[in-house]
Design a protein around this ligand. Structure first.
Ligand code: FE2
Ligand code: FE2
Length: 174
């Protein structure tokens, strides 16, 4: 399996010094935090996060192949569960989320995008609202970004996490 450093090198080869590369590193760090929380393999989870978007230069015109092509590109560099999570991370590829790793990669992807759009102090203020936090966040996101709020809410529900737990993971991921 690729180490985190090797994964960064592969990702940089494909995405260079781009906003997508920075997004990939952030998703990796959020995945590391989620793995810690669940007692999962942090090295694998971070590596999967770093590599999840490496096919974008090849698939941006046809996102129904996004993730699937990345998994093919990686071949045997990752264990099957890591390849599966990458193949399934974008809903447009149409694969169901079967494992906690699958769900966490889609959740971390949405959280990273959310963190780019809403400053952390503001996210923390939403998180402080307790039970109503996810509903308040979704309302504030508006229709164009509603899908992000939905993905985060669905992930939180599936893994019995609160918005505060998820915002904490984003904060620790820096
Ligand atoms: Fe993606
Ligand atoms: Fe992504």
């Amino acid at each position: 399996m690729l180490s985190v450093a090797e994964a960064v090198a592969v990702m940089r080869r494909e995405l260079g010094e781009s906003p997508k590369a920075e997004h990939s590193l952030l998703v990796g760090r959020i995945m590391r935090e989620l793995a810690r929380r669940f007692g999962e393999d942090g090295e694998l989870w971070e590596t999967v996060g770093i590599l999840h978007d490496i096919d974008l230069p090849a698939t941006s015109a046809d996102l129904s192949r996004h993730g699937l092509v990345a998994a093919e590109m990686l071949g045997e560099s990752l264990p099957p569960e890591g390849l599966r999570a990458i193949a399934a991370h974008d809903h447009r590829a149409g694969l169901p989320l079967l494992s906690r790793l699958d769900r966490s990669l889609r959740g971390a992807d949405a959280l990273a995008l959310l963190g780019q759009r809403i400053p952390l102090p503001e996210l923390e203020r939403f998180a402080e609202q307790g039970d109503g936090a996810l509903v308040a966040l979704q309302a504030a996101l508006g229709p164009q970004r509603a899908h992000l709020g939905e993905m985060v809410a669905r992930y939180a529900e599936a893994e019995c996490l609160t918005l505060a737990d998820l915002v904490e993971a984003v904060r620790r991921a820096g």
